[in-house]
Design a binder for this molecule. Structure first.
Ligand code: ADP
Ligand code: MG
Length: 341
């Protein structure tokens, strides 16, 4: 949109100075290659390495929906990129470039400072260059589009699982949901374990390195954004298989065990959302290789079940059938106060 001197079209006066000051960094600073033209032209020009397929994903964070109003701007910047990096990780792909569509109620320098610091810290860690975007005035919303690449035909798809494959998951489940609960109703004092849970919501660590290591070993993958129950149902559906998970095998952190009662822990682990861990399918004869790949990048890894013929997800607890209280998160399924991407 044209940058008029008045706030026409909801654009922020001083928009160009803002872009320059907070979002323009040399592409080389991130370690990302392939930027022929970045911020400052009408569109970015990006060069894919030879023999690669392009990977593209976009996720939007809306204040009051995906994060509580008044969240730390640094956390918002981090999460806006992290949720996208998690999608790239689930494809077994290398992230390279991002664009940012930012809708701001006002151009608050302290907010922009924190937001851009959170975004660029994570971008730098993963070699991602911010190559363009759009800036406009309105209720706070952040959309990041991420672009990356994977050798031709080698992307880890949801539909690749085979009957007999084991189901594996990284990290621990349910921590981010506990962290969000802590942010929404902050206790008078907060200990180290509660801080750890809160950080799992505010500063998720996308499993990019492990996603790359899993390519060629796992048969399929999905990232956990909406909770294991919902995302596993999507995974099984995409592969036209049935999934079975034994709840006793779910990886739960010591912090979460210490913070919540067992029924609450289980509900968050199954349906909480915002974990940004990877869920993978792997043939039994390759599971040791996948575990070694996880160990190689210091990623916790657990086998929680297996795929078989048929459809749907079956849960057992200590070998006995179990029915989760609720499924995964769905923005349009019912009114909700839950935050998840
Ligand atoms: P246009 O009108 O051609 O869409 P704009 O005036 O909106 O361009 O933006 C000028 C340049 O700044 C473009 O290269 C655009 O990609 C970039 N840009 C705008 N907003 C952002 C942002 N929030 N983050 C990164 N780059 C941005
Ligand atoms: Mg524009």
């Amino acid at each position: 949109m044209a940058g008029a001197p008045t706030a026409r079209d909801g654009e922020i006066p001083g928009e160009f100075a803002l872009i320059d000051r907070y979002f323009t960094r040399p592409a080389a600073a991130s370690g990302a290659g392939g930027v022929v033209a970045g911020i400052g032209d009408d569109a970015a020009v990006l060069r894919l390495p030879a023999g690669m397929d392009l990977i593209a994903a976009v996720d939007t964070l809306v204040e009051g929906r995906h994060f509580p109003a008044g969240s730390e701007p640094r956390s918002i910047g981090h999460r806006a990129l992290a949720v996208n990096l998690s999608d790239v990780a689930a494809m077994g792909a290398t992230p390279a470039w991002a664009t940012l569509a930012l809708t701001l109620p006002q151009a608050d320098p302290a907010w922009l400072e924190g937001f851009s610091a959170g975004l660029f810290e994570l971008a730098q860690r993963h070699g991602v260059a911010l190559v363009g975007g759009d800036t406009t005035a309105g209720p706070l919303a952040v959309s990041v589009q991420i672009l990356g690449f994977v050798p031709r035909g080698a992307a880890l798809l949801r539909r690749g699982a085979r009957s007999g494959d084991l189901i594996a998951v990284t990290g621990t489940l349910g921590d981010a949901a506990a962290g969000l609960a802590l942010l929404q109703a902050p206790p008078a004092s907060i200990g180290a374990q509660a801080r750890e849970l809160r950080a799992r919501f505010e500063y998720p660590s996308p499993r990019v390195e492990f996603g790359l290591a899993a390519r060629g070993i796992a048969t399929a993958a999905i990232d956990l954004s909406d909770g294991l129950a919902g995302d596993l149902a999507k995974f099984a559906g995409a592969s036209a298989l049935a999934a079975h998970v034994e709840l006793d095998r779910l990886p739960i952190s010591a912090a979460l065990h210490a913070y919540a009662a067992p029924a609450q822990v289980l509900d968050w682990a199954l349906s909480g959302g915002d974990d940004y861990e990877l869920l993978l399918a792997v043939a039994p004869e390759r599971v040791a290789d996948l575990a070694a790949a996880a160990a190689g990048c210091a990623t916790p890894f657990a086998v929680i079940g297996e795929f078989g013929g048929g459809g749907g997800v079956a849960w057992t607890s200590g070998g006995r059938p179990f029915e989760p209280a609720r499924g995964g998160f769905d923005h349009f399924a019912r009114p909700s106060t839950q935050f998840t991407v």
